[in-house]
Design a protein around this ligand. Structure first.
Ligand SMILES: NC(=O)c1ccc[n+]([C@@H]2O[C@H](COP(=O)([O-])OP(=O)(O)OC[C@H]3O[C@@H](n4cnc5c(N)ncnc54)[C@H](O)[C@@H]3O)[C@@H](O)[C@H]2O)c1
Length: 344
């Protein structure tokens, strides 16, 4: 097992880079990583991993790369993870998620893949009534969710025909050090923190009473790793995340409290409210009984402690400029004002 060739896609990204570090800490010898660095950073890449800058949308280059590495195990984390934006960049989302995934998986199957661990998302549950459990149907409500649901189903179908193993992981919102702070389209915790670092207020969509659940990265990485090496986890789907839900308003309070530990929050940094984004799911959290039972999942880091750690790290990075796309695939009256007017 320690000599398996392990490939992590999205190795320069937030969760992928933590996973590479974890795999290397477990003494695996052949740890490969790919990333096109569109959303990740070279500095996140572990020096002991064998890193290649690769855009998985490039079918030919991806196929050539896979034929040379011949990975036994793949953790697939590369993605365009901008769920809220996917209604305005549906082609980019589909190409970077479903398209890139098939470009990776097909040559991997031809080159002796043993197992793939697919990082999916809660978005596959859509607006069904939470808490979401793994036996609920896939019923995505947005373009990002469609691509994740398609990736999941394609994995199940191709595995049943071609005989490799797989595990599907559906994480909650995950946050922590190394998260991209400069993306204005995603990662609510990172956006809130980076606005404050830039001495700007942040914005809350809708009334802020929408419920989510948040995982600190250290409560995620060990379980995706464990899922890959456990017989009982094969061909299973796991939600991973804490059971306690938190509203966006509560999250905002925790961020402000930890950013200004003396309690003196400048008036100009209090949040402002904007209309809801189109199709945003109101409430999303899940059950984790299955991950608790099979993977031994436990939440060990409270949201307060996690946010404090995230802010400590972000303060060492300092304010980052938000990077907007030059244009969206669809721009019209439905485009959120925050993006149109580059409010942050
Ligand atoms: N962070 C979360 O809250 C969360 C929640 C649920 C699911 N996920 C999923 O977990 C995975 C990791 O998310 P993350 O938060 O670490 O995001 P991230 O953006 O930090 O990491 C994704 C990485 O994929 C890379 N990438 C994008 N397109 C690529 C391409 N065509 N070829 C090669 N690399 C490419 C990006 O450069 C980036 O480094 C994603 O699949 C995401 O959908 C994340």
């Amino acid at each position: 097992m320690k000599n398996n060739r392990i490939l992590v896609t999205g190795a320069g990204g937030f969760m992928g880079s933590h996973l590479v570090n974890y795999i290397i800490s477990k003494n695996h010898k052949k740890v490969y990583g790919v990333d096109d660095l569109s959303g990740g950073f070279r500095q996140n890449v572990h020096p002991k991993s064998i890193f290649t800058k690769l855009d998985l949308r490039d079918k030919k280059k991806t196929s050539k790369y896979i034929s040379s590495v011949k990975p036994d195990i793949i953790f697939h984390l590369a993605a365009d993870a901008t769920e809220g934006r996917s209604q305005f960049t549906p082609i980019e989302c589909t190409e970077r998620n479903y398209g890139a995934y098939l470009n990776l998986l097909i040559p991997a199957i031809k080159n002796g893949l043993i197992e793939i661990i697919l990082t999916s998302s809660m978005s596959v549950y859509g607006s069904q009534r939470p808490p979401f459990s793994e036996n609920m149907r896939r019923d995505p409500d947005d373009i990002y969710g469609i691509s994740k649901a398609a990736m999941e189903r394609a994995t199940e179908i191709l595995a049943s025909v071609h005989g490799f193993q797989y595990v599907i992981i559906r994480p909650h919102n995950v946050y922590g050090p190394r998260q991209n702070l400069s993306d204005p389209y995603r990662n609510v915790v990172a956006i809130f923190v980076n606005c404050l670092l830039n001495n700007k207020n942040f914005y809350i969509y809708s009334d802020g009473n929408q419920k989510r659940a948040f995982s600190y990265i250290d409560d995620f990485t060990p379980y995706i790793y464990k899922a890959a090496f456990l017989k009982k986890a094969e061909r299973e789907i796991f939600n991973i995340g804490p059971v306690e839900e938190c509203t966006i308003n509560q999250l905002a309070k925790i961020v402000l409290k930890n950013f200004f530990p003396d309690g003196r929050i400048p008036n100009n940094l209090l949040p402002e409210y904007l209309p809801a984004r189109p199709l945003e799911v109101k409430n999303a959290w899940c059950t984790v009984d299955k991950a608790q039972k099979i993977l031994g999942y436990k939440t060990t880091i409270s949201i307060e402690d996690g946010i404090r750690k995230m802010i400590e790290w972000a303060k060492t990075r300092g304010p980052q400029k938000f990077k907007y796309l030059d244009s969206l695939e669809i721009e019209n009256t439905k485009t959120p004002k925050l993006w149109k007017k580059k409010l942050i």
